[in-house]
Ligand binder design. Sequence first.
Ligand SMILES: [Zn+2]
Ligand SMILES: [Zn+2]
Length: 265
Amino acid sequence: MNSTCGLSYLPHGSLLQPLWDHFRRRQDLLSSRYLPAAVAFLGHLFFCAPFLALDVIGRRWSVLNRYRISGSNEEPVCLRRWFDCVLRIFWNYLLCILPATALLQRLRTPVLPASAPTCAQALWEITLCLLLFDTLFFFWHIVMHRVLWLYRQIHRAHHQNQETFALVAQDASWAELLSLQMIALSSAALVGCHPLSEAFFHLLNMWLAVEDHCGYDFPWALHRILPFFGGAPFHQLHHEVFRGNFAPYFKHWDKLFGTYLEEDV
Ligand SMILES: [Zn+2]
Ligand SMILES: [Zn+2]
């Protein structure tokens, strides 16, 4: 998660300074070759855990199922599918993501500026990273669906799950997982953001991907608060009908390109 910083950060008493100082003292850990893959894998499981708990509770307390997205599973996903999915993701990480990110980490020279970004600066950089990631993902995703060979070789594995549940966010071929990691890293590098903003962006990106696939539509979900945000119902439709809602988070690219699908399609 370290990156060459494109901006200069002067001491300004940021609220994030104590957190950043804490990380800088663990420079050895930050430059570990295995850290990016370990954080991505364990972070994904951590963000999925509440939805696994909901699936388990929902089997006994059916009132929770009223929040399940129509078209998603009517019943919570069985534990066997969760387990199989964890295994597939684990092997993809072990055999591909871990070696690839370890190599990249070895090639990168970490630059850890003395000062943390201000909260406003971090918020701005994270927003830019998300918008850029959303854009790159949208075009990558359209190409995956339009070029049959690429769809079969790379993207079809993710679409084996017509019904989504949280873990599905990373249940994909090794080539897709690697592509998405590269898109996320490139977005942060192009924005030139502070390493702390980059770390927040990767964590937020991980959470949003899990939320997209969670199969629940809660009143407090982000897309209920931010109307330009697609959320789980938007992405669930993509898994059902394949031919629209290609952006991961925001709706604007699908609306511009005429690929926007609404729930009553
Ligand atoms: Zn998906
Ligand atoms: Zn797709």
